[in-house]
Ligand binder design. Structure first.
Ligand code: NAP
Length: 306
């Protein structure tokens, strides 16, 4: 296929569409509840790259009318302090969604933090309950990046059902949820990882390749089946430039469609996180409404006898 042959699957136009819809839902929520939806971002010590990512989320929230704020703990904060902070946010009815900056400092166990987030506020789908719902094909909160990797295919009109898909990477936040989502879309999915014996052989047979390894240049055009569709989730800093896991130039000569890095999965990830937040806010508002006891009107009070 010619250089210009591979269609670029751009995330930004899809993200714009999503944000427009979210802004409408946020406005309705704000009118109905007398406050905007609220996101809390827990930060434990400042980690420059992930803080940049989180600041982008804050800006994205502001654009659609969501109130979002960092809840910052010192880099030396204990695990107990982080867990307490999350518990406080869980029990605050004025907070609708909670995300936690990753990676956590090495002194804090990921599992202790993940387990304590209220699944109803877990808008990045990291709690085991949400992971389990996804595994069973039920409706929970999805990890936003994995959601974006599959949503970009769906919204770009790529046929997924019946196709052979290879996911490279098996992390709990990207690779595995992307694989489960592709299965849900009726693809036949192979998951590859660092111990996979014949990565090239698997990739060569794939109609759809989702790469989430954190390894620049891992996949080249020579490895792809002609006409394959490539979703590059990787984000790597090489010589001061952000690049994906796929060698874009050679891959776009062989693939029929490919997501660029930056500009593909990334923008969609942020927009989808906003959709998760408004959904969390609406569901919790409904639950509060359902839990409010009905006002009892006695015969006497309804006649105005008191
Ligand atoms: P991770 O936890 O480090 O997982 C990487 C996965 O890739 C692991 O399963 C690993 O295998 C596998 N892998 C590594 N090298 C490999 C190789 N040479 N061949 C085959 N498999 C290999 O990373 P992650 O959090 O899933 O993130 C993956 C990538 O996505 C990173 O580049 C990250 O920056 C990016 N990311 C992007 C977004 C976005 O919005 N676009 C968001 C989050 C992350 P093992 O399990 O055997 O170790």
């Amino acid at each position: 296929m010619a250089d210009a042959g591979a269609r670029r699957l751009e995330g930004a136009p899809i993200a714009d569409e999503i944000r427009t819809a979210v802004a409408e839902d946020v406005a309705s929520f704000t009118t109905a509840n007398g406050r905007p939806p609220v996101l809390a971002v827990v930060i434990v010590g400042r980690d420059a790259p992930s803080t940049v990512y989180l600041e982008r989320i804050l800006k994205g929230c502001a654009k659609v009318g969501i109130e979002a704020a960092f809840v910052e703990l010192e880099g030396e904060a204990t695990e107990a302090a982080v867990v307490d902070t999350i518990r406080t946010l869980n029990s605050d009815p004025a907070v609708d969604g909670v995300i936690v900056q990753m990676p956590l400092p090495p002194t804090i166990r990921l599992r202790s933090v993940v387990d304590v987030i209220d699944p109803a506020k877990d808008i990045d789908g990291i709690h085991p309950l949400n992971a389990g719902l996804l595994r069973l094909g039920y409706d929970g909160f999805l990890p936003a990046t994995a959601h974006a990797a599959v949503e970009i295919l769906r919204r770009s009109g790529v046929e997924i059902a019946g196709r052979d898909a290879v996911v490279i990477g098996r992390s709990a936040v990207v690779g595995m949820p992307a694989a489960f989502l592709l299965v849900k879309e009726d693809a036949t999915v192979t998951v590859c990882h660092s111990r996979t014996r014949d990565l090239a052989g698997h990739v060569a047979r794939a109609d759809i390749v989702v790469v989430a390894a954190g390894h620049p240049g891992l996949i080249t055009g020579a490895m792809l089946k002609p006409g394959a569709i490539v979703v590059d989730v990787g984000i790597n800093l090489v010589d001061g430039r952000i690049v994906g896991d796929v060698d874009f130039e050679s891959a776009s000569r062989v693939a029929s469609a490919i997501t660029p890095v930056p500009g593909g999965v990334g923008p969609l990830t942020n927009a989808l996180l906003l959709t998760h937040l408004i959904r969390a806010a609406e569901r919790q508002a409904e639950a509060r409404h359902d839990a409010t006891p009905p006002t009892v009107t006695t015969a006497a009070s309804s006649r105005g006898d008191r």
